[in-house]
Every structure is written in C-alpha cells, then in structure tokens.
Write a protein that binds this ligand. Structure first.
Ligand SMILES: Nc1ncnc2c1ncn2[C@@H]1O[C@H](COP(=O)(O)OP(=O)(O)OP(=O)(O)O)[C@@H](O)[C@H]1O
Ligand SMILES: [Mg+2]
Length: 240
C-alpha cells in the first residue's frame, strides 16, 4: 500500500531525510519512533505530498507520487492525516468540522455527509458532542474528532504524527483505543508514537529514525526486546 524508496530531503544545508525506505502492506501498521529532530514528521509529510522530496520514489496504492498537482491530489485523497494539534476549525461545530471537507472535496450531498459524519462520531464515541464547538471539548475528545474528520473522507491509509503527545494519560488512552480499533479493522497506518505498550500491540513493524535514516526496523517483539543498536537500547530505557 505504501512504498517509500530511498527518500532524500534537505532543508538548506540540513539533511533531514538521508535515504529513507519503508514498505507498508495493506492492513499493516508501522510505528515510527526516534529522537526529536530525526526527521519523522518530515517523512510523514512527504508521504502525502505536504512536503516535496529531493529524490527517491513514493508509491501509494499503485499511484506514483509525481510533482504535479494531479498526482498529489490523487494521493492525498487516499490518505488521512492526524497531527499532534488537531487543527479543528474553532468557529465550526463538531458536525460542521466533519462535514466541511466531505462537501467541498468529495462533493457529497448534505444528507450523505451528515450520515457519514454521525457514523464516524459514533465510532470515536462522541455522538453526544456533535453540536459542541472545539473549545468545549477536552484535548482527547478534540483529537478523536480530528480522527473522525479524517475518516469521513474514507481514506485507505491513515498517518498519525504523535497523536497523543499533547494529552494526559486518560485522554491518551481514549485516543489510542480508537487507533487500536482502526488497526483491528485492517486500516493501513503509519503512526509516529512513543507509546511503547501501544506499539507492541498494534505494530506490524517498528522503525527507529535517527539523523534522517531508519537505523532499525523489526517486528515489535524483536525491536523492543533485542534491539541491535545501542542508541535504541538507551532510547527505550527512557521511553519505558
Ligand atoms: N520547514 C522546515 N524548514 C527548515 N527546517 C525544517 C523544516 N521542517 C523541519 N525542519 C528541520 O528538519 C529536522 C527534522 O524535523 P522533523 O520535524 O521531521 O523531526 P521529528 O523527528 O518529527 O522531531 P520531533 O520528534 O521533535 O517532532 C529538524 O532539524 C527540523 O528543525
Ligand atoms: Mg515531529
């Protein structure tokens, strides 16, 4: 479903992606971790064309990500992305937030958009909040609305960039429960997260990024119990 081959990207003189490759098959969950500034967010942003790579290849569900708007638009329509800060429109209700892109991008009729919005609010456990404004939600609830909003577009892939790092433990658990459910339903996902227990449960593969490279990739048991790299051993000591 996702093929990233030999991605390179610089910001000025700074090498941010230094030959990154990753394959994610349909229904698999890749968990990406690594220290701050190692390039994780940049990698994710490149995958859906928010950021341009200098060289390398990205293929999403058999579509080659080229440098033209058409292919970027095509790829983005397959991918939902959720960030650390949920970026809901503050002046719109939960329901309006969910309906907006469906109406504008997917050109869905009001009734259809409403139906899908309510279905996904139910899924994230927030049916009773449809008329609330984002400011009236807890961080965990707002993040679940952001997830529902992304799911309304019926993406084939979901990308999560530290979806719980701004949340307290209770809200983190609420959000992770939703992501686990998606994993159980076979959604293909790349998740940047340092929640180790969560990663152990849902990851097909775990990847460690360091200075713009993925220095180790392994299934969670191997990755967590017997990482080869000393850097990862040290990192996991702190993360646990
Ligand atoms: N638009 C930009 N312009 C210039 N430099 C950037 C830009 N975006 C990111 N960088 C730099 O690229 C490097 C990688 O950033 P990135 O956000 O991908 O790291 P990260 O692994 O996601 O870190 P964190 O864990 O803190 O989120 C950092 O040194 C960052 O300062
Ligand atoms: Mg980041």
């Amino acid at each position: 479903m996702i093929t990233a081959k030999n991605l390179y990207k610089n910001f000025g003189k700074l090498k941010v992606l230094d030959g990154v490759s990753m394959e994610v098959a349909s229904g698999e969950v890749s968990v990406l971790l690594g220290p701050s500034g190692s390039g994780k967010s940049t990698f994710l942003r490149c995958l859906n064309g928010l950021e341009r790579i200098d060289s390398g290849e990205i293929i999403i569900d058999n579509v080659y990500l080229a440098r033209n708007r058409k292919s970027i638009a095509e790829i983005r329509s397959e991918i939902g992305m959720v960030f650390q800060h949920y970026n809901l429109f503050p002046h719109l209700s939960v329901l309006q937030n969910l309906m907006l892109a469906q109406r504008v991008v997917r050109k869905r009729r009001v009734r259809k958009a409403l139906e899908i919005s309510r279905e996904l609010l139910r899924k994230v456990g927030l049916s009773e909040k449809e008329n609330s404004l984002p400011a009236e939600l807890s961080g965990g609830q707002a993040q679940r609305v952001a997830i529902a909003r992304a799911l309304c577009m019926k993406p084939k892939i979901m990308l999560f960039d530290e979806p719980t790092s701004a949340l307290d433990p209770v809200m983190t658990a609420e959000v992770l429960r939703v992501i686990r459910k998606l994993a159980g339903e076979g959604m293909t996902m790349v998740v940047i997260s340092h929640e180790i227990d969560f990663a152990r449960d849902v990851a097909s593969m775990m990847h460690f990024m360091y200075n713009g490279r993925i220095i180790e990739s392994a299934p969670p048991d191997n990755f967590l119990n017997s990482p080869r790299s000393e850097i990862i051993k040290e990192f996991l000591k702190i993360a646990k």
